[in-house]
Design a protein around this ligand. Sequence first.
Ligand code: HQG
Length: 180
Amino acid sequence: GQMMDDTQISKFLSYVLRHRPDSIGLTPDTQGWVQVADLLRLAAAHGRVFSEARLRGVVANNDKQRFTLQGGRIRAAQGHSAPQIAIAHRVCEPPPVLFHGTVARFLPAIRAQGLRAGTRHHVHLSDDYDMAVKVGQRRGKAVVLRVDAAAMRSAGYVFYRADNGVWLADGVPPDFLKDF
Ligand code: HQG
């Protein structure tokens, strides 16, 4: 197998643990967990060779804490699209305002439809403005939308918090988006 740097391992883990576990023959449970030993073995069988020590280092040093290790198991904290995974994220009381980073070209559709999960299972929100800027910047000049989480709670919507602190919602109707 070819040598992988930490970023390559992180991107590979995101791909298989969030989106395509089947691509290497992995079978996560409904909560997204796989055995570390299975992951290492199946990755190696597909030319992605790295040790458990490297894996643990990538998880520990990951800038967004994308992965959760629990005993001998690992999962992605959030960002999933794989249909066989349906994580029961913790329902949590959000701060009154949450932020969503996006780009201007999506605003007409967002104004009409609100924020939609799209291919992922949830809409991703942040309690940190600067983090929302970074999320938006992945696609161009960032536009940060303010989500009136307090009004959504009053209307009965719920919010979830992933293992890594990312706030999740099933969607955000346009009435609860401010400042755009
Ligand atoms: C937009 C990264 C049209 C939405 C980040 C976004 C995050 C709409 C894009 C995590 C829409 C979806 C998730 C609508 C939303 N019409 N466009 N109605 N509603 N959108 O990648 O939030 O580095 O699925 O604004 O840090 O960008 O990968 O979501 O631009 O935490 O770990 O549709 O991914 O983390 O894009 O990013 P995504 P996101 P990682």
